[in-house]
Design a binder for this molecule. Structure first.
Ligand code: ACM
Length: 517
């Protein structure tokens, strides 16, 4: 009898020990700092553990989900030291796994997602694009060292509960000026990787300007061989071959980011005017230009060769651009008389449409007659944005005073300019796209884009310093509905991102407005 009691007691004790070994650390999902802030978070106060036996399962042999699974495993494996497998399944997987599940909820857009986390299973559901955005949220639910490229110590615990999320605006972009200074394919890939973390979905490449032409056009080869040979300051420039551009497009697609190519015209065209004499009204090629003035160049708007040139450029670009838009620039054409500018922009729009693309242009294009589906990028003049809306166009919101990432934080900032404003981190957050101009309200707005002009920026580390942390502010302005945005609460979440910035080796501005920890 004594023996039986002892045995029973041992089993009970053993069970208690075993139970306490597998019991989970209570963790509060509501305390996690996610940027941009999700629509809804419900906490259940336990934890899921990412372990060496965790696998990522994806539903129904979907190639897109497989790619997302591999992307996620590539983030997890270096820092955990695990060899997380990515596998297809037709049923909900067993305990301890991650499940990428296709779902079409009625009130979700393509980028909406749900993350359901129990002690046993972590499920991200949505359409593929939504699942990808959800993966970015998942990264932020893990300790920052998950981003490290060398093995770090766990545990890798994730708070349990449910996050339901979708963006306020469907276009959340960044622009990179690769014309004033050239950025290599690897530098652009790095920027794409960083934009993806904060759920941006568009990268607009400013591919031509006075100082350089950066995309190979096979029918006009001097554009790059000569027009792309220098950059601001007179250093050697560079350009993307069409194959390299396609590589960037594909890399971005893998992160659900659309590339929008811009050829700026009729102004900002000195590099083209230097490459081909016939594009000048006087038939004389211009000198290459390596300084930073604007507004002095123009294509010859009344020569037929100009339109043949543009047709070739747009045709070649459209062939290698799966995204819907070709950006035609149109800004600061100070030496193009308005009576020439308007018919020029009208004609260029027709060329873009002829090649199966939609028109995007800086806000001055609203002075012309806009084609259907044209989008006006509001950077300077509210009245131009309003003119666009009056013509039925959507507006892309990029006010220089709020979203220009090359504007200095304050008078001590080493890089950048301040012709529009100094933009501190709170300035980049405390505004609303639908409250900038009377008559330009949410229904008229396509989204928000943060341009990075590169007159003073020579490499991606300098770009990072200007973008981070302000790009997170713009990302939340575009993703999170206004009633859920509050600087005092945001700055605390932002402050907690610094460990993640460090793990990702991001060069960022440590603003004193943010409580970094
Ligand atoms: C611009 O900043 N010139 C669009």
């Amino acid at each position: 009898m004594k023996k039986i009691i002892f045995k029973t007691l041992s089993v009970v004790l053993f069970s208690i020990v075993l139970f306490s070994c597998t019991s989970r650390t209570p963790k509060d999902l509501l305390k996690e700092s996610i940027i941009p802030k999700p629509v809804s978070v419900v906490a259940t106060n336990s934890s899921f553990v990412l372990s060496e036996t965790t696998a990522i399962y994806y539903q129904s042999s979907s190639e897109e989900l497989k790619d997302i699974g591999n992307y996620l495993a590539e983030i997890f494996n270096p820092s955990t030291g695990y060899n997380i497998q990515v596998q297809s399944t037709d049923q909900s997987p067993g305990k301890g796994n991650i499940y990428l599940e296709l779902s079409e909820q009625a009130d979700m857009n393509d980028e909406g997602y749900t993350i359901n986390i129990t002690e046993d299973l972590l499920t991200i559901s949505g359409k593929p694009e939504g699942i990808f955005r959800g993966v970015q949220t998942l990264r932020q639910l893990l300790p920052a060292k998950i981003e490290d490229k060398s093995i770090q110590e766990g545990p890798w615990e994730i708070a349990t509960g449910t996050i339901t999320d979708k963006p306020s605006y469907g276009y959340r972009g960044a622009m990179l000026d690769v014309a004033r200074h050239f950025f290599t394919v690897d530098e652009v890939k790095r920027y794409i990787d960083l934009l993806a973390i904060y759920k941006l979905n568009t990268l607009h490449l400013h591919l031509s300007d006075d100082q350089g032409w950066r995309i190979e056009i096979k029918s006009w080869p001097n554009l790059t061989t000569y027009g792309g040979s220098t950059e601001v300051g007179g250093e050697s420039g560079g350009f993307y071959t069409q194959d390299q551009y396609k590589e960037l497009v594909s890399y971005a697609q893998g992160r659900f980011i659309t590339i929008i190519p811009e050829i700026d015209m009729p102004g900002h065209t000195n590099a083209a005017l230097a490459s081909y004499a016939e594009l000048n009204c006087d038939g004389k090629a211009r000198e290459l230009y390596t300084e930073t003035e604007v507004g002095f160049s123009t294509l010859c708007t009344d020569k037929e060769i100009t339109y043949q040139f543009i047709d070739d450029v747009v045709r070649e670009l459209a062939e290698i651009t799966p995204g819907p838009y070709i950006h035609i620039g149109g800004d600061e054409s100070h030496v193009t008389p308005l009576e020439d500018y308007i018919p020029f922009v009208n004609r260029v729009q027709e060329i873009v449409v002829k090649h199966g693309k939609k028109v995007l242009g800086w806000d001055e294009i609203a002075l012309s007659t806009l084609v259907q589906d044209a989008v006006v990028q509001y950077w300077a003049k509210a009245e131009n944005a309003q003119k666009g809306v009056e013509q039925g166009a959507k507006v892309l919101i990029s006010p220089a005073i709020k979203t220009y990432l090359d504007m200095q934080y304050d008078s001590t900032t080493k890089w950048g300019l301040h012709w529009a404003a100094y933009i501190e981190v709170d300035d980049a957050y405390n505004w609303d796209p639908a409250e900038l101009a009377p008559g330009v309200v949410k229904e008229n707005i396509l989204g928000v884009e943060s341009p990075m002009w590169s007159e003073t920026l020579t490499n991606i580390k300098e770009v990072e310093y200007m973008a981070f942390p302000r790009i997170l502010c713009n990302a939340e302005v575009a993703w999170t509905e206004k009633p859920d945005r509050n600087w005092d609460e945001f700055k605390i979440r932002l402050g907690k991102q610094c460990a993640r910035f460090d793990a990702l080796n991001i060069n960022y501005f440590p603003s004193t407005k943010v409580p970094w920890h």
